[in-house]
Ligand binder design. Structure first.
Ligand code: PEP
Ligand code: MG
Length: 908
């Protein structure tokens, strides 16, 4: 039998316990569409509808509006008929009208980044039919004014013209409220709503030059095209870039029969989570509003109520509301509508077990009937991610491999960030309390507009409520604070997804955008004032609060242990000091893959000797300065070897161009001249001598060691002597001496000779020896091509993909910042190759180098130590290329360990 997919359909129907699609078709139907189809199969009450595929969006981007509509029109017409049959009403009919919603839905959830239109199908005649059918005139006209407002904004571009402007429709409503001396939307009479509809349409005509569309079919096509366009809107593009989602994925469009939560006291709408998205705790939770529609809960227009009794009690404790008042004014859904709650509780349990992951669901209650509008795997913080995976594993809902695969490696980073010092917290002055919407500790200076978040190095973005437009600023800010909105508000959901500290719904804050200030009681805080947020308690604190390193949870350790169980590729760290080495070791580093020795020379007591060495005119003079440096280097290495206690340590010989070490300012040049008893002119001449047009391609790497062999001698001596000293103390050291920037075989041989010769001298002097290796960085394309030759002598290779990327692309590491952002914007590059390894080009050189090296020496140890060593996609590539290890900065070690395990599981 032909399946829907074989027929290459553009439109997939769902509803009435059946569907054309299912959850496996996520790429084609988008997450929302695939899950609606799946829920339909599961017998969960979803309003009937259909999904226009993501492929249609891609076609639209290529061929444009007319061709696309012509292509899908017959299928859409048939699918609308299907909804009409199931719902028993007719689209555009004036007596028994069907109204629909039109929503976006990409293959991954992008909360709030694209557009939605509700109540579509209304016009001056249909509204009368709706009023008669529902016997609710107020409801019908309220739906109509909401529709014009939403359609006007999304499809007809009726948006505020600048950030200080208010929404054109809001302006009209405010005007009417003033005239009528009322405060709330709910106080509008039917006549008011009719006036609003008239004024809204008038405003549309004035601004766009066209009448508001009255034909429901015109409305539908307008909304479908607007949703496709929103895939390329600013918000969506920014979000896609942030997560590296390709532009050609496109969005699906979901068209569904409307159900209404705003039909009075026995109607409502809400959002719920099967577990706590902030902490991962296994408690059903969420928020709802009575007599409200669609986005009211997430937009934070009214502060919503809690779904469960437990949640309501916890909320009341924070809000300092006593039990009597809580029950009277803030009842949970569990208390207010026990039957509905029981049904909802059943669905959340069923859906979590079905998807075997935490679900984030939206629902609507229309006159006592529950409808589920959406389910998706919920966004969560790093801490919740780890806890949920371990809990699901322990409850046997998922396997070990599944637990590892459901984790997003980069999110582990959140767990490693500082938290407030408990001592400092005790002394802190709490000025107000909000909801603990997204855990973490944030200290920063107040800003009130998202596009000003970068005004300070650390900023706290403070808004009455956030909207999807604020995404970029939320990402830049250290923390987010809102006066309105609950735990499921846009701010809370987005902040948790970003792992950013957020306190929401702090009703005591009076925010004044014009004055750029915030009032709490009689105290006023201005833009630039310091404030701290505790996202775990909801406390808002005056001034700065000290932070400390976090303690890692037991679940974190369990995940890491599990990762190592499934990973044969080792993870090392790039560390230049004993302190960094210890941090990395605590995060599970299995050795050091790169110690950059040059950083040791920049310390105050060493830079002078280093400069003396560089300025020396003779070999003798240089050796004299190097002798001064030798004991310092030896001590450094002893510290690092000791920290790593028996694990391999790769030490790279001096790499950067010498001009980086000499003074460029007159005053420092004078000091140096005096110190060395030479003329200022001599210093100036040497500085000028060392200047290069392209220092990145200049006198650096092994070119230094080959022109000044004394440097290689000193560094080798320091390494070998340090290892022997440790041996005397009973501590094993495993040095791997690494030659940087090798491009020819002879360059390697020259350096190797000096290293092995010097080591032998030390062994003879000390009458003792240790084992050590001599290897090379692979960072010049030529080296990867002659890797078979180099491997004749080298004990190991380490891919320096920073330089390898620079030289393969011909992009200077120092100057690429000028054009890379433009290339990324224009799509000439899909990602920054210095951040994510370019597998297509640079990756080939890694493969060639590894393969050729191992042809000569099958056991050749091969690793990577460029920045890519801690980036999940690149780690996967390294695993697939059969590298022995990746090496990355200490804080990325857990990310790399998890990525390595995921790569191995996926490959198997
Ligand atoms: C590299 O080039 O990838 C590397 C690790 O060395 P550096 O960044 O120090 O040049
Ligand atoms: Mg390099």
């Amino acid at each position: 039998m032909e399946t829907a997919q074989d027929l290459k359909m553009n439109v997939y129907k769902f509803g009435n316990k059946t569907a054309d699609g299912n959850s496996k078709l996520r790429n084609l139907l988008g997450g929302k569409g695939a899950n609606l189809a799946e829920m339909s199969w599961l017998g969960i009450p979803v309003p009937a509808g259909f999904t226009i595929t993501t492929e249609v969006c891609t076609q639209y981007n290529q061929y444009g509006q007319e061709e696309t509509i012509a292509m899908i029109k017959p299928e859409v017409e048939e699918a609308i008929k299907n909804i009409e049959e199931i719902m028993g009403s007719t689209f555009g009919d004036k007596d028994n009208p069907l109204l629909i919603s039109v929503r976006s839905g990409a293959r991954v959830s992008m909360p709030g980044m694209m557009d939605t239109v509700l109540n579509l199908g209304l016009n001056d005649e249909v509204v009368l039919g709706l009023a008669a059918k529902t016997n609710n005139e107020r409801f019908a006209w309220d739906s109509y004014r909401r529709f014009i407002q939403m359609y006007g904004g999304v499809v007809l571009g009726m948006k505020p013209e600048s950030k200080d402007d208010i929404d054109p429709f809001e302006e009209i409503m405010e005007h009417l409220k003033d005239k009528r001396h009322i405060e709330l939307d709910t106080e509008f009479t039917v006549q008011d709503l009719q006036d609003l509809v008239y004024d809204f349409k008038d405003a549309v005509k004035k601004r766009t030059g066209h009448d508001f569309p009255t034909d429901p079919w015109d409305q539908l096509w307008g909304a479908v095209i607007a949703v496709f366009n929103s895939w390329n809107g600013d918000r969506a593009v920014y979000y896609r870039k942030m997560h590296n989602y390709p532009a050609d994925w496109g969005t699906a469009v979901n068209v569904q029969a409307m159900v209404y939560g705003n039909m009075g006291e026995n109607s409502g709408t809400g959002v719920c989570f099967t577990r706590d998205a902030g902490t991962g705790e296994n408690v059903f939770n969420g928020e709802y509003l009575i007599d409200a529609q669609g986005e009211d809960v997430v937009a934070g227009v009214r502060t919503p109520l809690q779904i469960t009794k437990l949640g309501s009690e916890r909320w009341a404790e924070l809000a300092k509301v006593d039990e009597e008042e809580r029950v009277a004014n803030y009842p949970s859904l569990e208390e207010k509508m026990p039957e509905i709650f029981k049904e909802l509780d059943g669905y959340q349990d069923k859906l979590e077990k079905h998807y075997r992951d935490m679900q984030d669901m939206e629902f609507t209650i229309q006159e006592g009937k529950l409808w589920i509008l959406q389910t998706r795997n919920g966004k969560r913080t790093g801490a919740a991610m780890v806890k949920i995976a371990i809990d699901l594993l322990k409850s046997k809902m998922i396997s070990e491999k599944e637990a590892l695969l459901m984790l997003e490696p980069n999110k582990l980073d959140e767990l490693l960030h500082p938290v407030f010092d408990t001592g400092a917290l005790k002394r802190a002055h709490v000025i107000a309390q909000g909801l603990p919407a997204s855990p973490g500790a944030a200290t920063g200076q107040l800003v009130f507009f998202a596009d000003e978040a970068n005004k300070y190095k650390n900023s706290i973005l403070c808004r009455i409520e956030t909207s999807p437009e604020d995404l970029e600023g939320m990402n830049i800010a250290k923390g987010i604070l809102t006066a309105r909105g609950g735990m499921t508000s846009h701010a809370a959901v987005v902040a948790r997804g970003m792992g950013k500290c957020c306190v929401s719904g702090a009703g005591a804050l009076k925010i004044n955008y014009k004055g750029r200030s915030l009032r709490v009681g009689d105290k006023v805080y201005h833009e630039g004032d310091w404030i701290s947020l505790n996202g775990s308690t909801g406390n808002i604190i005056e001034g700065k609060v000290a932070t400390v390193e976090p303690e890692l949870s037991g679940e974190f350790a369990e995940i890491m242990e599990l990762a190592d169980k499934y990973s044969k590729m080792k993870v090392r760290t790039n560390a230049d000091s004993p302190k960094d080495a210890l941090v990395a070791k605590n995060f599970g580093a299995q050795g050091i893959g790169l110690t950059r020795t040059e950083h040791m020379f920049f310390e105050v007591d060493r830079i002078r000797a280093m400069r003396e060495m560089i300025l020396a005119e003779t070999v003798k003079g240089r050796k004299h300065a190097l002798e001064e440096l030798l004991p310092m280097q030896r001590k450094d290495f002893e510290g690092i070897f000791e920290a790593m206690a028996g694990l391999p340590v790769t030490i790279r010989l001096l790499d950067p161009p010498l001009h980086e070490f000499v003074p460029h300012q007159l005053a420092t040049q004078k000091d140096l001249a005096e110190d060395m008893h030479i003329s200022l002119q001599a210093v100036k001449n040497k500085v000028a001598d060392l200047s290069e047009f392209n220092p990145m391609l200049g006198h650096r790497g092994c070119r230094l060691g080959n022109t000044y062999p004394e440097i290689t001698e000193m560094q080798t001596r320091a390494i070998i002597e340090a290892a022997l000293n440790l041996k005397e103390r009973g501590i094993e050291a495993k040095p791997e001496i690494m030659i940087p920037l090798v491009g020819t075989y002879a360059e390697f041989l020259e350096q190797e000779k000096i290293i092995r010769g010097t080591a032998q001298d030390v062994f003879d002097e000390r009458n003792d020896s240790i084992e050590f290796m001599v290897g090379t960085m692979m960072e010049i394309p030529r080296a990867t091509l002659i890797a078979d030759k180099i491997a004749e002598r080298a004990d190991f290779f380490s891919f320096g993909t920073n330089d390898l990327t620079q030289m393969t692309y011909g992009y200077s590491r120092d100057d690429a910042g000028k054009f890379l952002p433009i290339y990324l914007d224009k799509g000439i590059l899909t990602s920054d190759p210095f951040e994510i390894l370019d597998q297509e080009g640079v990756g080939q050189l890694v493969e060639i180098g590894t393969e050729r090296g191992r042809k000569t020496k099958p056991n050749l140890k091969v690793g990577i130590c460029g920045e890519h060593g801690g980036e999940p996609n690149s780690v996967e590539f390294c695993y697939n290329t059969d590298l022995d290890y990746v090496s990355c900065s200490p804080f990325r070690v857990p990310i790399a360990r998890l990525s390595a395990a995921q790569a191995q599981i996926k490959a198997s």
